[in-house]
Design a protein around this ligand. Structure first.
Ligand SMILES: [Zn+2]
Length: 134
C-alpha cells in the first residue's frame, strides 16, 4: 500500500519533524526525511500509522528492511529500536556528539544505523555548537 499524503503528514507531525532514530531535525538536513516502515512490507506488515516512523536519509538507508540483528557477543537476536514501542531516552544517550546505546536494543541500533560514523558526528558537533541539536 502506498503512503498517502495524509499518512505522511501524520507521521511527520507525530515525530515533530525529527528523525525518530537519530533525532536530527528536518530543518537541519539537506535531504528530506523519509517515512520508514518499522517492519518492512516484505515481512508482511502494513502501511499503517502504527508501523511507520520518520527517518532521516542516513538512518533509513542503513536500516533498510532490517528490524533486528544478532548481538556479536551474546549471539542473541536483538530487535532494533522501534519508536512506536520504545522510549528514546531509555535506549540511547548523547555523549558529546556521539549517540551511545544504553541497552542491547540501543547498541544494536547504533551499530546497524551507523549513528556514529565520522560524517554524522561532525554534523552533530556543528549543530550542537549552533544550539540546533538535539
Ligand atoms: Zn536519523
Amino acid at each position: 500500500m502506498k503512503i498517502t499524503d495524509s499518512l505522511r503528514k501524520q507521521v511527520i507531525q507525530r515525530a515533530q519533524r525529527r528523525c525518530e532514530y537519530c533525532q536530527l531535525h528536518q530543518d537541519c538536513s539537506v535531504y528530506s526525511h523519509e517515512v520508514d516502515h518499522l517492519i518492512a512490507r516484505k515481512h508482511g506488515c502494513q502501511t499503517v500509522l502504527s508501523n511507520l516512523a520518520l527517518a532521516c536519509l542516513s538512518c533509513n538507508r542503513h536500516k533498510g528492511a532490517d528490524f533486528a540483528t544478532i548481538d556479536p557477543i551474546s549471539e542473541v537476536i536483538t530487535p532494533l529500536f522501534n519508536p512506536r514501542r520504545h522510549l528514546w531516552s531509555e535506549h540511547f544517550m548523547l555523549q558529546q556528539a556521539q549517540i551511545k546505546g544504553k541497552t542491547p536494543i540501543g547498541k544494536a541500533t547504533v551499530k546497524i544505523l551507523q549513528f556514529n560514523n565520522s560524517r554524522r558526528i561532525l554534523e552533530r558537533q556543528v549543530l550542537m555548537a549552533q544550539g540546533r541539536y538535539p
